[in-house]
Design a protein around this ligand. Structure first.
Ligand SMILES: [Zn+2]
Length: 371
């Protein structure tokens, strides 16, 4: 049947409206959906039929009876057909995570890999193999797309610079062409980790997420959305200078936070003994540097909470006292109290979860692309 274009646009909008209500407040009956959306029951039934056949929703008998004593049928998001792939290239590992439409993690894999000073081609080939192995475990799921997290500055069309990987001006299109899933978008690792903590963790709607990896990055979430800056490059907390004339950093500057508080300057949490004085001293030094950089960030941005992620999660008991002491000392006179400092609950999966979450958001905003 030939539908005028205008009708197609309206259908797309209504599909998103109905799916949005189901995602936000489901399971719901068709009658409840009609009431919530203001659409007629006939229109809702037709839209739900399309969402059912696209595998985006499923139906089940309602716990309570429906109108006029008949058992109601409720519609909810389906976790059985459509999924999103989160991918990550980091300095010393690759990761993939498959999340279904209900937000449940269906498969995840991480492999250690030395990606320092690498060329993108072999790294992306290894990542593509990892993605294939991850998807093979759940063949019934159709992948709606992937988002790739990289530890560097990412613009609209390219990775500008990932200093530890040694990648400069790598086009997103070239990255996408080397991966078997489509479509692929690329985003900064700390930004995605912040979104992962927002959507899959316990973070409030206003917080500064700090990602402690080999590099240190940050993502600022304000009122549930990411603050990206004028060119998408906000949050480079790792390159905030904490010591004028300090040691050289890979970014070309000196005395950056990353030199003191990157994973390379911290003890391995797996082998950290609570009574090891050298490990404790390294954590105190890193904690003080982190406290200094965060004091500036708090003065500038006023986040409600600071969430420490990545390798800072297992090291939190050793780092937090030093960070908090500096925040108290530097911020105490200006405000009633410094922001709360908490460890991330999503742990090392924050970025891949956030990446998959971006694909899910896109599916919910535009179900017509699949239905
Ligand atoms: Zn730097």
């Amino acid at each position: 049947m030939n539908q005028p274009v205008r009708h197609g646009a309206m259908r797309a909008r209504n599909l998103a409206l109905v799916l949005g209500e189901i995602a936000g407040g489901g399971p719901l009956t068709r009658a409840a959906l009609a009431e919530l959306t203001g659409l007629t029951k006939t229109t809702v039934s037709s839209l739900v039929a399309d969402l059912l056949s696209a595998g985006l929703v499923a139906q089940a008998p309602a716990a309570r009876g429906g109108e006029r004593g008949r058992p109601g049928v409720e519609v909810r998001l389906s976790g059985e057909h459509v999924a999103a792939l989160g991918l990550e290239v980091n300095v010393d590992y690759l990761a993939a995570c498959l999340v279904d439409l209900t937000g449940a993690v269906r498969a995840r894999r991480t492999v250690r890999a030395d990606n320092r000073a690498s060329r993108p081609e072999p790294v992306l080939a290894a990542l593509d193999r990892l993605a294939g192995e991850t998807l093979a475990g759940v063949p019934s799921l159709r992948v709606a797309g992937a988002v790739l997290a990289v530890p560097g500055t990412v613009g609209e069309r390219r990775v500008h610079h990932a200093p530890h990987l040694g990648w400069r001006n790598v086009e997103t299109a070239d990255i996408a062409a080397r991966l078997s899933v489509a479509p692929v978008a690329v985003e900064n690792e700390a930004n995605l980790a912040a979104l992962g903590e927002l959507e899959f963790g316990a973070a409030p709607r206003d917080f500064l997420y700090v990602s402690g990896e080999i590099g240190v990055g940050a993502g600022l979430v304000r009122d549930g959305g990411l603050l990206r800056g004028s060119s998408g490059l906000a949050g480079e907390l790792g390159h905030v200078v904490v010591t004028d004339g300090g040691p050289a950093c890979r970014c070309g500057s000196r005395g950056c936070l990353e030199v003191y508080a990157g994973r390379g300057s911290l003890p391995d949490p797996a082998s950290l003994a609570a009574d090891d004085p050298r490990a404790a001293a390294a954590c105190r030094r890193a904690g003080r540097a982190l406290g200094l950089a965060l004091s500036s960030a708090v003065n500038l941005l006023d986040p409600g909470t600071i969430v420490l992620g990545g390798c800072y999660v297992p090291l939190f008991p050793w780092l937090a006292p030093a960070v908090e002491a500096v925040l108290d000392e530097r911020l105490g006179a200006l405000r009633p109290a410094p922001p709360a400092l908490v460890p991330a609950v999503t742990g090392p999966d924050a970025a891949v979860l956030g990446a998959a979450g971006q694909v899910l958001r896109r599916v919910l905003a535009d179900p017509a692309s699949l239905a």
